[in-house]
Design a protein around this ligand. Structure first.
Ligand SMILES: [Fe+2]
Length: 612
């Protein structure tokens, strides 16, 4: 029997290192390095993620046919070395003008890079935005689609659009560094006191508490927003071109003070700044989408790149109906580019045909490390940690989970293959009852140990989604924000309330997942992509009449999402989660021998130690 053709995609050395493996074009595995090393956003070479890929395929590195890196280090190096006069283009420029040698160059450095990476194979390179574009189009359910990648920066491009058709993606136009929507958003992330490359979600979560008072100041001073959604940033206000910091003193003067010190109190000003940059970005994404639709004449749009994870802007785009349907790559950041680079090699360089699969080719994004229903190894690990559990059949386990949630308990689930991408979708998730008003602050403060302003996301049965939310399409990867349906809302007297206090007032039948502007970051769950959680939700609906629960990622603040059974048990013990599901095991907190009694003991549970 002939062997399948195997392609390994890698992203590394910037942030969110990852690896993905294809066999004859089918995704076998994909994972982010941080999940294994427990270093958030780990940029190191993804040895562990590659090991997972090889292990799943049952092969050695020597059996790989191609290795593809997600960006072109030489071109990126050129950008980093170049000193520029800012003769920035006023709109998207065409690739033909700006980037004649667009596709992979014959990179003479490749052997050296391979050696540095500890690989014995030749390495191919796919340009950064082409990797993003490939990750958006090739796994999508569409035969033809417009492709939009909105990002911080790759080699030179910061935003691109193009056309995906059959087994090819062609990029048409780009916005080039230093003009970048991603870098603008990161500048505000930094200015409001959050960490760049991970705090962007926090800034987005803060926006509904604020008023966009600064939006005109952003438009008038910081940037020129083109009719086509392009951006020209006024570099007088930014520090990143020199590589030192995102914003400068002029920026700080424009917005009335220095950046918020990290961890200091969040004020109305940060909320207003968040709201302001969000409305400017929303407008830009809409304009870009209209431009792309007009130029391409296509009805479907696929998206990737870090800014595509701004679910508010993308949700508004979905609701605006510019395109008939959107598909967003669930691993839209640079981790997903490892997958995009591999798919680009398979389809575009090697010319293999592509048949779009329904609902898509991502297998629900369940592509990472597996925690099987039963395993002697996991039993041994849990035994050494002093855990006690009972093992249940799948149906009984779903019953137990649904029953515990309906009783107001918080249940963490670590079961099956981990999600690829930043969202937990039920394989490494913490679940709770969305109907309980106090659940939002309880889970934020006692379980996630994080700021209480951050809303949780609802997981809803796909067939019931429209009954609770004004959805325009399914959102299986929790990448679209929709309003809670009017009939599910409660009239609120907001008199005298401002800022985070606004969150304390229940504003719908599912208050724990309803943001102060009545929005919700919806995950729709269907039996095809997510049979286990579909079973849990159906049982919960039978018990409670409600098909919605809270789903938040299984981690505590500052930690990557749990990966192994050991990570899951430690996180369970370090927090106030009531029940843990690990494979088909059900663990009750009250029955754990070593359950911590104080903060110090909890902290100890988060530290990894060698099991003998
Ligand atoms: Fe990127």
């Amino acid at each position: 029997m002939s062997q399948p053709l195997r392609i390994l995609g890698i992203s590394a050395f910037y942030h969110d290192s990852a690896a993905a493996l294809l066999e004859d074009g089918r995704i076998v595995a994909a994972a982010q390095e941080e999940r294994f090393t427990r270093i958030k956003g780990d940029a190191a070479f993804p040895h562990h993620a590659i090991a997972l890929c090889l292990d799943r395929a049952g092969i050695e590195e020597s059996q790989l046919d191609y290795i593809v890196f997600y960006e072109n280090p030489l071109t990126k190096f050129e950008r980093l070395l170049t000193t520029y006069h800012l003769t920035a283009p006023r709109s998207f420029t065409s690739f033909a003008e700006a980037f004649p040698s667009w596709l992979t160059e014959k990179v003479w450095m490749e052997n050296e890079i391979a050696r540095e990476m500890g690989l014995t194979k030749r390495i191919y390179f796919c340009d950064h935005h082409l990797s993003h574009a490939a990750s958006a189009f090739f796994p999508s359910p569409f035969e033809r689609a417009a492709v939009l990648t909105i990002d911080g920066v790759g080699e030179w491009s910061t935003t691109t659009w193009g056309i995906g058709d059959g087994n090819r993606v062609e990029l048409r136009e780009q916005i080039r560094f230093p003009n970048s929507w991603g870098l603008l958003y990161s500048a505000f992330t930094y200015y409001t006191g959050f960490k760049i490359n991970s705090g962007e979600y926090k800034l987005m979560g803060l926006a509904p508490y604020g008023q966009p008072h600064f939006a005109d100041r952003i438009r008038d001073h910081l940037l020129h927003l083109g009719e086509d959604g392009s951006i020209v940033l006024n570099q007088d206000y930014f520090g990143y071109s020199g590589g030192l910091r995102m914003t400068n003193d002029r920026f700080h003067a424009l917005f009335g003070g220095p950046p918020r010190a990290p961890e200091s109190r969040i004020t109305q000003r940060e909320m207003d700044l968040a709201a302001s940059v969000q409305v400017v970005l929303d407008e830009a994404v809409l304009r870009m989408a209209r431009h792309v639709r007009d130029r391409s004449g296509l009805e479907h749009l696929v998206l990737a790149g870090g800014v595509s994870l701004n679910v508010v802007s993308v949700g508004r785009l979905a609701s605006a109906g510019v395109f008939r349907e959107l598909w967003v790559q669930p691993a839209s950041g640079d981790a997903g580019s490892a997958l995009g680079a591999a798919l680009w090699m398979w389809h575009q360089k090697l010319g293999h045909p592509r048949t779009p699969s329904k609902p898509d080719a991502m297998q629900g994004a369940f592509l990472g490390l597996s925690i099987p229903a039963a395993s002697d190894e996991d039993d041994a690990t849990l035994g050494k940690l002093g855990a006690s559990w009972e093992t249940l059949e799948e149906g009984a386990l779903q019953d137990r989970i649904a029953g515990a949630i309906a009783a107001g308990k918080v249940v963490a689930v670590a079961r099956g293959r981990a999600e690829f991408g930043p969202r937990s979708l039920g394989a490494r998730s913490i679940l709770g009852d969305a109907r309980l008003p106090q659940m939002q602050s309880h889970m934020n403060l006692k379980i996630k140990f994080r700021e209480s302003f951050r809303p949780f996301a609802p997981m809803v049965l796909a067939e019931d989604a429209r009954d609770y939310f004004d959805t325009t399409q399914d959102s299986p990867y929790m990448l679209l924000v929709y309003p809670v349906a009017k009939r599910r809302r409660i009239d609120v007297d907001e008199h005298g309330l401002a800022g985070i206090d606004l969150l304390k007032v229940p504003r719908s039948e599912i208050p724990a997942v309803t943001h102060v502007d009545y929005s919700a970051r919806v995950q729709t769950v269907d039996a095809e992509r997510n049979p286990f959680m579909t079973g849990v939700l159906r049982r919960f609906k039978d018990l409670s009449g409600c098909p919605v629960i809270i789903n938040t990622s299984f981690n505590v603040r500052g930690e990557p999402i749990v990966n192994t059974v050991e990570d899951a048990y430690r996180c369970f013990m370090a927090s106030e989660i009531d029940c843990l599901v690990a494979g088909n095991r059900f663990l009750d907190r009250e029955k754990q021998m070593n359950r911590p009694l104080n903060d110090e003991q909890r902290a100890q549970w988060l530290q990894r130690f060698e099991l003998d």
